[in-house]
Ligand binder design. Structure first.
Ligand code: ADP
Length: 448
């Protein structure tokens, strides 16, 4: 930047200097040439008068300072104040002489070979037909310029130094607000209005970069979270699978070694069947959960909530009646856009919990209702209820309020997690109301 400013200043200074120089020289040259020519004219007229009256003797009386040449009408030089006429050639061809002979007055300018000197000639025809000529020699403009070369060099060096100093100062002045610009905290108004578009662009890009940084950080965080979730889930699954398998193996070993009395055999077989059943449900639940993690989206289609609830309730009736629990369905046909197998999964798991965590002789009621914007599916029970402290966590995978009760009823701890996943897959909201010892109501709100 300094060198660019320096170059500009130097160039401008040089241009101004050259222009001034040319102007001054040409004005002075014109002026002085004019003055000299007027003087020549005067003295020629004066001398012409002298020659007309005094003839040769007038010229001979003049000193060498004034150069006068007297030429005959045929060009022969009659007299010259500075040279010997016998050495001089015929002047008939000289421009000024020819002009004076024909028009009465003549003038011409001739340059020396080096063009450093010029001679101005003025000639006048006298009454006897001869011509009187005067001349002066001048240094040309070129000569003057050559003579001033030293001065010009000094001026050039001075301009160079001044340009450098000015460029340095100017650059500093221009650059210092830019150097002091804090890129992390850009000002609202730029130091120069011309920088406004640039500043706006930088600001925009900075915002964009910040946004991208934040998105990247969020993405990393959510990936880490997902990874941690996956690891936890794998650890939990292995643990959950191991427990019933170990119990099955233990019972089988006892039977194999003949350590079980014949009357206890059916109890052990029952235990093996129950644990195997638990394993099966666990595997089924894991498979259902993994469906929801699939990348390929499941197809949404119209599903009648009432019909689906009817089917699921029918399948649960045997277990419900075993525990003396009444299963009711209220409401009427309500069609939503959803995934049939997920809807059935939701209804099944909620009703299953309503039955499992109920008291003997209790009730489970499924209600299908509609508001202006939503279709609601609510499952209420008259069961044990969920303590306030656990309510926010029961939708987590493998989370159980009472582990032993869940296990005793064949629970896997995945039921509500499947409900939550399935609901969010279909953009449905879930609400929970529960009071200890009174009962629980879970409502799934589907968008119409
Ligand atoms: P589980 O297979 O153990 O039932 P869930 O995910 O379905 O797993 O439920 C998680 C836990 O939430 C259960 O272990 C239970 O403690 C509690 N829970 C779920 N539904 C009810 C309910 N209707 N009444 C009382 N507690 C419930």
């Amino acid at each position: 930047m300094t060198s660019k400013i320096f170059r500009s200043i130097f160039l401008v200074a040089m241009c101004i200097l050259a222009a001034c120089f040319v102007m001054i020289i040409s004005i002075l040259n014109t002026y002085f040439t004019g003055v000299e020519e007027a003087q020549m004219e005067n003295s020629l007229q004066f001398s012409a008068l002298g020659v007309e009256q005094g003839g040769l003797s007038y010229l001979q009386g003049l000193d060498e300072n004034c150069r006068l040449t007297w030429v005959d009408a045929d060009g022969t030089v009659l007299y010259d104040t500075r040279s010997d006429v016998t050495q001089m050639e015929n002047h008939a061809q000289r421009e000024e002489i020819q002009e004076a002979l024909t028009t009465g007055k003549g003038s011409s300018v001739r340059y020396s070979e080096t063009r450093t000197e010029k001679t101005i000639y003025r000639a006048v025809r006298l009454s006897d037909g001869t011509v009187l000529r005067t001349s002066i020699s001048q240094a040309t403009v070129l000569y003057l310029v050559l003579g001033m070369l030293q001065t010009i060099a000094v001026i050039l060096v001075a301009a160079l130094a001044i340009s450098m100093l000015l460029a340095y100062k100017l650059t500093n002045n221009i650059m210092s607000p830019l150097r002091n610009l804090d890129m992390d905290r850009l000002p609202d108004t730029p130091p120069y209005p011309e920088l406004e578009p640039l500043l706006q662009k930088i600001k925009g890009q900075k915002q964009e970069i910040d946004k991208q940084k934040k998105e990247l950080a969020d993405k990393r965080l959510s990936m880490e979270f997902a990874e941690q979730n996956r690891r936890e889930f794998t650890a939990n699954v292995s643990h959950e699978l191991k427990t019933p398998l170990q119990s099955i193996m233990g019972s089988a070993e006892l039977i194999e070694n003949g350590m079980v009395k014949p009357e206890d055999l059916s109890r052990f077989a029952g235990k093996i069947r129950k644990e195997s059943h638990r394993l099966l449900t666990l595997i089924e639940d894991i498979i259902h959960l993994s469906w929801l993690d699939e990348d390929e989206p499941l197809r949404m289609e119209p599903v009648d909530l009432y019909a689906a609830a009817e089917e699921e309730i029918a399948s649960l009736r045997p277990i419900a009646s075993e525990n003396n629990i009444q299963l009711n369905l209220l409401g009427e046909t309500a069609v939503i856009q959803g995934i049939p197998q997920l809807v059935r999964e939701i209804i099944h798991n909620l009703c299953d919990n309503g039955v499992k965590y109920n008291r003997n002789g209790g009730k489970v009621t499924v209600r299908i209702s509609e508001t202006e914007e939503k279709v609601l599916l609510s499952v209420s029970d008259t069961g044990i209820g969920i303590p306030q402290a656990h309510q926010s966590r029961i939708f987590e995978r493998f989370y159980r309020v009472d582990k032993s009760r869940s296990k005793a009823t064949g629970g896997t701890g995945l039921g509500l997690s499947i409900v939550k996943h399935a609901a969010s897959y279909m953009n449905a909201d879930i609400t929970l109301e529960s009071a200890l010892g009174v009962g629980t109501t879970i409502t799934v709100k589907f968008k119409k």
